[in-house]
Each structure stands twice: as C-alpha cells, then as structure tokens.
Write a protein that binds this ligand. Structure first.
Ligand SMILES: NC(=O)c1ccc[n+]([C@@H]2O[C@H](COP(=O)([O-])OP(=O)(O)OC[C@H]3O[C@@H](n4cnc5c(N)ncnc54)[C@H](OP(=O)(O)O)[C@@H]3O)[C@@H](O)[C@H]2O)c1
Length: 253
C-alpha cells in the first residue's frame, strides 16, 4: 500500500512541466490519475509514461476557463474511476516582461482568465463532487511566490493572479473544511521548466543567473514541487488546512 492506493487524482495542466511530474508522482504512489489540458497530444504522452510505469491514467481535454468543460472534466473522472479524491489545479500561464504601462489588455485578461477564473471553475466543480462523497477529498492549487510572497518588475499581472490563487485557496479552505474538503496551495519559486527562462535565456544561462541569486543556488525540480503537492494531498497532512506552502530554493526566506 502507498499513500494514494485506490484513490483518484485529477491534475490540470498535466501535459507538461510541474503538472506532468505531479501526475507521475501520484501514479507512482498508487492513484489512478486523470490528466487534463487543452492539447490532447501532451496528455496522451503523460498517460503513456504512467502506463509504462504500471499505473492507470485517463486523458481528458478541457479548457479550465470554460465552466461546462471543468464540470465535464470532474464527471469524466467519476464516470471512469468512481470518485474524485484528490485534485491539483496546476494549469496556468505567465505572460511577463512588460511594466504595467506597457501591458496589453489581452495579456492581462488571459492571465486572469486562466490563472484565476480557471482555478475557480475547476475548484468549484471539484468541491461540489467531493462534498457529496462520504470520504470527502483534498485539493491543492498551484500559486507562486510571485504574488502573496514576493513581486518582481515585469511580472505584475501574473503576481496579481497568483496572489488571487493564494487568497482563493485560503478562503475556500475555510468555506469547505466542515464538508470534508481540505484545500491548500503550493507556491513554487523558479522551477526547472521553460516558464522560468527569461526571453532568449538557455537553461545554462538560467543556472548561472540563479547560482548567486537563490540561497540554494539552483531552481527547484518539478519532482521537488510534486513532493510538496503529494504531502499536502495525503493523509500525512490531515490537519493542514488553508496553508500556502512555499517551495522556492530559499528565495523568500
Ligand atoms: N515554472 C515555474 O518556475 C513556476 C513557478 C511558480 C509557479 N508556477 C506555476 O506552476 C504551474 C505549472 O507551470 P509549468 O512551469 O509546469 O508550465 P507549463 O509547462 O506551461 O504548464 C502549464 C500547463 O497548463 C496547461 N494549460 C494552460 N492553460 C490551460 C487552460 N486554459 N485549460 C487547461 N489547461 C491549461 C498547459 O497545457 P495546454 O496548453 O495544452 O492547455 C500546460 O500543460 C502554473 O500554474 C505556473 O504558473 C510555475
């Protein structure tokens, strides 16, 4: 038996980066995993990786900014595996670089739509399902240190959306813990995915940049973020409610 044996875990944005690592980690600990995103091919690849390792997974294409698709995503998980025990709202985008005066309305709206409304719509559908189950459920939202924990020039819109995810997490946790739904967030600092590369920067350039800038001297790996997510989603964290766990190589220590 492992921590998630027999449980069903849903991960949004699971075709790449942190979401894929989280999906693989849940599967490795016994969960059947529903992987979601807008593009089918990356999701199919995540399912293939899980199945090759002996796990069970289902790919569902869904745009989390659409309430009907978010609801259908939860229904697909329950139809296939019988319940929804864990959900990770990880889908998100970063459209950065410009100071506020130069930020386009389109970039502002896209980040708000996906990072905030997308998390809200998925969260709402997940909570409605979980509170109807005798065993409830646990949810982890992926926020960011950019937001509630720190800010940086050129990342203001993104930070505003992620601060909203931190607040949404804590408020929803208070709203629903009495119904058996336990909600928390992980706020990563820079992680080893293309999202933390500056324009034109290679991975080697990034390694040079963060060696002095981050106390740990390196970015977090996707599996280090996954480990924090699995902890919060597991019974090991059964009294952890509405926390926003920073995993950031010491950046905001
Ligand atoms: N990497 C970092 O340094 C870092 C730091 C702090 C926080 N984060 C957060 O961690 C999360 C994952 O980031 P990542 O680095 O792994 O980036 P990523 O590889 O770009 O992953 C984002 C995923 O979200 C999916 N997605 C985007 N919009 C969506 C939508 N409307 N509906 C459904 N899925 C959608 C994308 O797939 P499709 O395009 O196919 O939909 C993609 O698989 C994000 O929320 C990000 O803000 C990342």
């Amino acid at each position: 038996m492992t921590r998630f044996t027999g449980r069903t875990a849903l991960v949004t944005g699971a075709g790449s980066g942190i979401g894929r690592a989280v999906a693989l980690a849940f599967a490795a600990e016994g969960a059947q995993v529903v992987v979601a995103g807008r593009r089918r091919e990356p999701l199919t690849q995540t399912v293939r990786l899980i199945e090759e390792a002996g796990g069970k997974a289902l790919a569902v294409t869904a745009d989390v900014t659409d309430a009907t698709e978010s609801r259908a995503l939860v229904e697909a998980a329950v139809d296939r595996f019988g319940s929804l025990d864990v959900a990770v709202n990880n889908a998100g985008v970063f459209r950065g670089g410009q100071p506020v005066a130069e930020l386009s309305s389109a970039d502002w709206r896209e980040q708000l739509d996906i990072n905030v409304t997308g998390v809200f719509l998925a969260l709402r559908a997940e909570i409605r399902q979980m509170r109807s189950q005798p065993s409830g459920g646990t949810i982890v939202n992926i926020a960011s240190t950019f937001g509630a924990h720190t800010r940086a020039p050129g990342a203001t819109a993104y930070a505003a959306t992620k601060a909203a995810v931190s607040a949404l997490t804590r408020g929803a946790a208070l709203d629903h813990i009495h119904e058996g739904v336990r909600i928390n967030a992980v706020s990563p600092g820079p992680v080893d995915t293309p999202m933390s590369l500056r324009p034109g920067e290679t991975e080697a350039d990034r390694a040079d940049r963060v060696r002095a800038a981050l106390p740990l001297g390196r970015v977090s790996s996707t599996s280090e973020i996954a480990a924090a997510v699995l902890y919060l989603a597991s019974d090991d964290a059964s009294s952890v409610v509405g926390t926003d766990l920073v995993v950031d190589s010491g950046a905001t220590a």
